[in-house]
Design a protein around this ligand. Structure first.
Ligand SMILES: NC(=O)c1ccc[n+]([C@@H]2O[C@H](COP(=O)([O-])OP(=O)(O)OC[C@H]3O[C@@H](n4cnc5c(N)ncnc54)[C@H](O)[C@@H]3O)[C@@H](O)[C@H]2O)c1
Length: 352
């Protein structure tokens, strides 16, 4: 592999320059592909499951070199397959620099062990949500990569401070929470732990913008971060409504889609209250909040689904009935929908 350019804490922007730099990078990378992303910095991805494959597609689309590692060798082939489809679709949609979409194969490397990630300036850990597993990988990595290599975890819920506790050079550890399809969405949450350094945070912010994201940075390291906390509060209430017999699954979905789903891309909860009148919400909260679910156990209906091994679309067993064909159609529609949504987002909520 050729000598890489490093994206790491040592190469972070000087103090106070971050907002200027990120805006500049975000715009030029998306339109011309001729900014810093074209310098092909090398990023490692550990775990090539659903998220790792999506992140690989995103990074390749924005000009990065990717070194992917998975203990399950079949995932390496699956990643190439996934990226081929994802980037062909991106090409049709003309969302990123065409040159990047042509050259991606030469920038995707598969690692036979973690040692092959030694030259990466940034490593994104994407293995399953298991504290022990993630920590054992970090321990192994620390013996391989230089102290300035940034190590990001795509954890959905584990506090970053917990992941970096007791680590060598804990300042280079950070949470980087992606959404799927990663190559299309603007979503990225960046979560500094208690010991994360400012240079690590700045480098990750620049990196996020350079691959088409609008990074949201948390001020506190809190379990579940922002979007997951909001989503799980909603999921708990959705299960509560069904379990209490207020409505069935389909009706809850219908109401959600036609109300919250209608405005959520444009507004977010606070803008929505501004748009529609704050006092009414305060009045409703007074009566309603005491009646919302505050349950702390996994809802029984979720436990039943897990017990019958219902994975959803993936194995055609979910809250709704599926055949192979209808499941495939939902997956296809979802990708097309995210492209349409992205166009709406670019029109109505341009990146700040
Ligand atoms: N699924 C989502 O929608 C989503 C969204 C955001 C974040 N996340 C988080 O991303 C992480 C990965 O989630 P996922 O859904 O991609 O999981 P996944 O189960 O699809 O993929 C995990 C991959 O890690 C590999 N793996 C296991 N042990 C390994 C090791 N020691 N070294 C290298 N590879 C190893 C597995 O073979 C598998 O391919 C989790 O922390 C999850 O919470 C998931």
């Amino acid at each position: 592999m050729p000598a890489p350019k490093r994206l790491d804490a040592a190469n972070a922007a000087p103090k106070n320059s971050i907002s200027m730099t990120t805006k500049r990078m975000g715009r030029k990378v998306a339109k011309s592909g001729k900014d810093e992303a074209s310098s092909k910095q090398r990023v490692g991805i550990i775990g090539l499951g659903l998220m790792g494959q999506g992140i690989a597609a995103c990074l390749l689309a924005y000009g990065y070199e990717v070194v992917g590692f998975d203990t399950d060798r079949r995932k390496h082939t699956a990643t190439t397959r996934h990226v081929t489809v994802a980037l062909a679709e991106l090409k049709k949609q003309k969302l990123v620099e065409a040159g990047f979409l042509k050259s991606w194969k030469s920038r995707l490397h598969t690692a036979s062990s973690l040692a092959d990630l030694a030259s990466c300036g940034l490593i994104i850990e994407c293995v399953r949500e298991d504290l022990e597993l993630k920590c054992s990988i970090f321990a192994e990595l620390e013996a391989i990569v230089p102290r300035k290599t940034i190590i990001a975890s795509n954890t959905s819920s584990l506090p970053v401070s917990l992941l970096q506790a007791g680590r060598i050079a804990p300042g280079r550890y950070i949470g980087m929470h992606w959404g799927e399809p990663a190559q299309i969405m603007r979503y990225l949450e960046i979560i500094p732990g208690k010991q994360t350094s400012k240079t690590t945070l700045q480098a990750c912010l620049r990196f996020g913008v350079s691959c088409g994201k609008e990074p949201a940075v948390l001020k506190q390291d809190i379990r579940g971060f922002l979007s997951n906390r909001l989503m799980y509060a909603m999921l708990r209430e959705a299960c509560h409504l069904v379990e209490s017999g207020v409505a069935d699954v389909e009706t809850v979905d219908q109401s959600f889609r036609n109300d919250i789903g209608w405005w959520a891309l444009l507004a977010g909860p606070f803008r929505w209250m501004d748009l529609t009148g704050i006092p009414a919400y305060a009045a409703v909260m007074e009566g309603l909040l005491p009646e919302l679910s505050t349950g702390t156990a996994v809802p029984a209906m979720m436990q039943r689904m897990v017990k019958r091994k219902a994975f959803g679309i993936a194995n055609q067993k979910g809250f709704y009935p599926y055949t192979k064909a209808t499941a495939a159609k939902w997956e296809k529609d979802w990708v097309q929908f995210t492209y349409d949504i992205r166009k709406l987002a670019e029109r109505y909520t341009p990146k700040s």
